[in-house]
Each structure stands twice: as C-alpha cells, then as structure tokens.
Design a protein around this ligand. Structure first.
Ligand code: BLA
Length: 303
C-alpha cells in the first residue's frame, strides 16, 4: 500500500483581531432599508485617520435623515491591542425618542460595554416617559440580563443617562461573548428603529425646546466627562484633534443646541476658582448590582 503522504501541518493561523465593522455595516443596512440616510459633511473631515503610532486606524461615519439629527460612528482598530466602537443616534428635537448608544471598548483581553437606548428624559423620576418607551422593551432587557451581567460599580452620575434596559457589562474576550454582544446590538438597534418608525413629531414649541435642552445636557455630559476615552484619543491623534473630534464630531450639537454650560447643568462640579472639577465623578462609584427590577422599577439608592 502506498504510504499516505501527509500534508505538513499548517502553522496555527493567527486569530484575526476582532472587529466592530460588521456592527456598523448592520446599522447602515437596516436603517437604509427603511429611510434615506444623507451623509453629513462632517464625515469628510474625519473620515479616516491614522494614529501617531502609524498602526491604529480611526474611522468615522455620519448621516442625517428625516427624524435623525445625527447617526454617527467612530471605530478604532488597533489590531489585537485595542478595538473601539462608539456609535450613537441622536433624534431631531421634535422627537423625544431615546438616544441609541453603543460604547464598546475592547483591549487585549478585557471588554467594557455600554449598550442602551439612553432616555432623553430622566426615567427614575419621569414615570410617564419610562412607560412610554421602556415598558414594552423590558422583555428585551431581560433577555440579556444573565448573558451580559451587570459590570460592577460605575460612576454614579452616569446612571441618570441610562435606561432600565441598559447593558453595562465587562467580560474577557471570547468568540461566544462577542457573538452574544452582536446579537444584543442587533436586537437593541432594531428596537430603536421600531420606536423611530412610530415616532410622531412634537408640534408644541415648549416641548420641542425641552427635548432639545435634554439632548444638549446629554451631549454636554458626554463631551466633558467621556474620560477615560479622552486620554486614549489624545494619545492616538494628539490633543487638538482629539478635542475637535469630541466636540465637533462625536458630540456634535454641544456648541449649537443650547447655550448652557457644563456647570449650569452640573453645578456640583464647580471648583472654588470657577473651573470644572477634573474628577469624573463627584458622588463616586456605586451600583454594585443592577438598580432596576424586571418591570423597570428603580430600586437603587436615591440619586
Ligand atoms: C469605561 N465607559 C467606561 C465606563 C462607562 C463608560 C460607564 C466605566 C467606568 C465608569 O464608571 O465611568 C461609558 N459612561 C459611558 C457612557 C455614558 C456614560 C456610554 O456616562 C453615557 C451616558 N470610551 C470611549 C472611547 C474610549 C473609551 C472613545 O468612549 C477609548 C478610546 C475607553 N471607557 C474606556 C476605557 C474605560 C471606559 C478605557 C475603562 C477605564 C476605567 O474604568 O477607568
């Protein structure tokens, strides 16, 4: 019998770095199948940037549509060492729709994940708003409560910007977890699109102004306190461009949707000399466990 010639064993393929590009592709396909997305001129300026290390790539996309003031995405691809997705959809002020928020940071082995339909108005005190949007979404939130469990204490101030279905989790990288995350992202984005489809424009001027101010407060919070993202962006593209990217791209609207300052909204951060306290949190970190029950009722400490 002829000896069976054996193929030399191939060297183990390097596991290619995980990428968030397919998440972004999904959102564009889904959205475009329902409405026309119009590219914003913003995206030309920041389209594709190479970091100072000459390896890490930053890519942005931004669009508008009839009910959408801005749909934007930032992806950072640094091979095995870092992958970031910062994806958000901001409605026009005529709509009190939640803000879609996916903020995923993946380092060599650790993932830090926030996925939510961030409420435009405070759901811990505004019951009506909670009922309007989150009552029917609670089963969706429950679907991932065990698969993507609460990720330990967080900056307490952040909680007011989160909804009862927020996915706040940390995990070490594995194909399985990334598949679960993708599935959650798909479900949450489809849920947001459904809300958008049914949203009816507000005509009352004072209500529109109220929505606009709420969005401005949100933008002001994230543009100022999105550390620890800031130092990483600064390291990658330098201080000036990082600041520009945060204010004019990621949280575009912070300079135009309202005139209040960070300290007007968050006076507790005022230092004696009138500057903004550099600390990320004045209250500190808390919420060791999920502070909402399965029906969306807030069960945490008083905020
Ligand atoms: C950590 N990012 C975090 C944490 C939250 C968020 C809650 C955990 C630490 C904490 O308790 O603050 C995200 N916080 C949010 C979001 C809202 C909020 C989405 O209030 C919305 C209202 N993050 C970025 C970018 C990078 C990044 C662009 O957005 C990197 C380029 C990195 N986020 C990042 C890192 C950590 C983090 C490195 C962990 C570091 C730490 O916990 O100190």
């Amino acid at each position: 019998m002829m000896p069976v010639s054996r193929q030399p064993v191939k060297p183990a393929m390097e596991i290619s770095a995980f990428s968030y590009q397919k998440f972004v592709r999904f959102t564009l396909e889904q959205t475009q199948s329902r409405i026309d997305l119009i590219p914003l001129p913003l995206q030309e300026k920041y389209k594709c940037m190479k970091a100072v290390d000459q390896k890490t790539m930053l890519q942005t996309l931004s669009f508008q549509a009839p009910k959408i003031r801005m749909l934007r995405s930032l992806t950072i691809e640094g091979g095995q060492s870092m992958q970031v997705l910062d994806f958000a959809v901001f409605p026009e002020p005529e709509f009190d729709l939640p803000i879609f928020c996916a903020n995923f940071f993946t380092a060599a082995s650790m993932n830090i994940i926030v996925l939510d339909l961030n409420p435009l108005h405070d759901v811990t005190v505004q019951r009506e708003y909670r009922e309007k949007y989150y009552k029917s979404l609670m089963p969706l939130g429950q679907k991932y409560v065990e698969l993507l469990p609460w990720g330990d204490k967080i900056t307490s101030e952040s909680l007011r910007f989160f909804s009862p279905i927020v996915i706040w989790t940390k995990f070490t990288s594995s194909q399985y977890k990334h598949d679960v995350l993708y599935s959650a992202f798909v479900d949450y984005f489809k849920a947001w699109l459904e809300l958008m489809d049914h949203a009816v424009a507000e005509t009352n001027a004072s209500q529109i102004l109220r929505n606009q101010e709420a969005q401005h407060k949100y933008l002001t919070w994230r543009a100022e306190k999105q550390d620890p993202g800031h130092p990483i962006l600064t390291r990658l593209i330098g201080d000036a461009l990082a600041k520009d990217l945060v204010r004019n791209f990621l949280f575009n609207g912070v300079a135009t949707l309202g005139s209040k300052s960070f300290l007007d909204y968050f006076p507790e951060y005022r230092c004696e000399d009138g500057t903004i306290n550099k600390r990320r949190s004045m209250i500190g970190k808390s919420f060791e466990t999920r502070p909402w029950d399965a029906s969306g009722e807030y069960i945490g400490n008083e905020l």
